[in-house]
Design a protein. Structure first.
Length: 143
């Protein structure tokens, strides 16, 4: 549906005694990449919260393929795969500086009303931004 690339360097506190990125930081990397995808289509998470919505994670799944170390430049390719009802799904591919795939992930999230924590449909401003971006992408490919 929508794809976005986000680059960053591995910070020293993200590594463990073995000198590799600790498994607990991948959710943080993917959360940042997910919100950078939204920001790229004009939706900041602060705007989501200001409008009375939150988007908690329901499930996460990761596949660890290769290790990576401090100060390495990584690229996350994040894809908003689907939105259906209250839920949305993302996939992630994490690449090292040699363009080798080192991790894959997927998350499922849901829109909830911030006051009640009850599931609710995706807000119209989010759907509009996605539709606008998707249409713009399609027009670019078609030309």
């Amino acid at each position: 549906m929508i794809e976005h690339k986000y680059q960053f360097r591995v910070a020293y506190p993200d590594t463990d005694k073995m000198g590799t990125v600790h498994h607990s930081v991948y959710p943080k990397y993917y959360e940042i990449a997910r919100w950078e995808l939204f920001r790229s289509i004009g939706v900041a998470y602060s705007q989501v919260e200001e409008q009375g919505f939150m988007i908690p994670v329901l499930s996460m799944n990761f596949k660890f393929i290769k290790t990576t170390r401090y100060d390495e430049l990584l690229t996350v390719v994040t894809t908003l795969k689907s939105i259906k009802g209250v839920r949305l799904w993302f996939t992630y591919q994490l690449y090292n500086e040699q363009s080798e795939l080192i991790n894959e992930g997927e998350t499922e999230l849901a829109f909830v009303n911030a006051a009640t924590w009850k599931p609710c449909p995706a807000p119209e401003f989010v759907l509009s931004a996605i539709q606008h971006h998707t249409r713009k992408q399609w027009l670019t490919v078609a030309n």
